[in-house]
Design a protein around this ligand. Structure first.
Ligand code: PBG
Length: 324
């Protein structure tokens, strides 16, 4: 058979395959989400996230040092607020001595070069488990934005490198940027969860922080998964308002959105490989139905190939080990 072109030449062996690979992963791609708890020497496995833990601050510090030594350069932190601190204003969110603020300081102290990114949304602090303040059964926008600004400034005061608003209120990026500027936090970045969809795949995360909404769902603020063009509108608006990095979330069922956003913007795009996506791989692997290590690398490579410059993932550590 005479063929002018044999595409399989470039797939002949591992050497040529790696030379022509269009996408490669490294530790520089990952943001490591961390769940932090009160107490000392507390390490609680999250039931729906096997081998992922909610740790007290002392254990978290050790973990952060280990991550840094593995070449990982950023953590995204979430704290589990005590029930008695929760109310409808979310005021624990900007408590100077709150667990979040103490955690930021302690991590920056222990590992100054590690980039500390913080989740900004009221749900862990809300007695209703919603990302905003509730009035007459509604999640009110403008008052929530004021609360998010206070929250962001308190994270900046504690030493956060980036604040990451995950709430999907209107106008919060502009308001947070203005708040940071007015308080002289001109070096603090904003990673905006710009295209964040109302997704059933957040379930395990809400177990981790005990933050499931007490009534209704999040569909009046998080996006409808049927929509694509709206993701571009949201993202461009966040950039205009001052976002340094934009995010698409979840990742796997939204690879088309990641690509579309990547093609539309000139800022780094991150994607959040969320808790339910982690849980699915862990569960199938436990059943012996897929090869976990291969699934991790294939998934993360696909998210990057789709256009993500950064990936927040619970698999960061495992991925780095696999890449060595
Ligand atoms: C809080 C927040 C959520 C996640 C990140 N920040 C949950 C939600 O919006 O309900 C989800 C992360 C994950 O599932 O891994 N606003």
């Amino acid at each position: 058979m005479y063929l002018q072109k044999r595409n399989r030449i470039l797939r002949t062996n591992p050497s040529i395959r790696s030379l022509v690979a269009e996408t490669t992963l490294s530790a520089n791609d990952f943001i490591v989400p961390l769940f932090i708890d009160e107490g000392e020497n507390v390490k609680t496995e999250i039931a729906s996230m096997p081998n992922y833990y909610r740790n007290s601050l002392d254990i978290t510090i050790k973990e952060v040092k280990e991550l840094w030594n593995m070449g990982l350069k950023s953590v995204l932190i979430f704290v589990k607020a005590k029930d008695e601190t929760k109310d409808n204003t979310g005021k624990e969110a900007w408590n100077k001595n709150g667990l979040m603020q103490r955690s930021i300081k302690a991590i920056k102290n222990a590992c100054p070069e590690m980039l500390v990114m913080t989740d900004v949304a009221l749900d862990p602090y809300s007695s209703y488990g919603h990302d905003g303040i509730v009035k007459d059964g509604e999640i009110v926008n403008d008052e929530t934005v004021e609360a998010l600004v206070k929250m962001s400034i308190s994270h900046a005061e504690a030493g956060a490198d980036f604040v990451a608003p995950s709430d999907m209120m209107d106008g919060r990026i502009g308001a947070i940027r203005k708040g940071l500027e007015e308080n002289n936090f001109t070096k603090v970045g904003i990673m905006a969860y710009s295209a964040k969809y109302a997704s059933c795949f957040y379930g395990p995360f809400r177990d981790a922080l005990d933050s499931a909404p007490g009534f209704g769902d999040k569909k009046t603020y998080q996006m409808n998964y049927a929509n694509r063009i709206e993701a571009i509108k949201e993202t461009l608006q966040d950039i205009e308002e001052g976002a340094d990095i934009v995010m698409v979330k979840p990742a796997l069922a939204y690879l088309d959105i990641i690509r579309e956003v990547k093609n539309a913007v000139h800022v780094p795009v991150s994607a959040y490989n969320i808790s339910g996506e982690y849980a699915m791989i862990k569960a199938a692997a436990k059943m012996g139905w897929i090869d976990e290590n291969k699934a991790i690398l294939e998934t993360l490579t696909a998210i990057k190939r789709a256009g993500a410059d950064l990936i927040a993932t619970y698999f960061a550590k495992e991925a780095v080990r696999l890449l060595l």
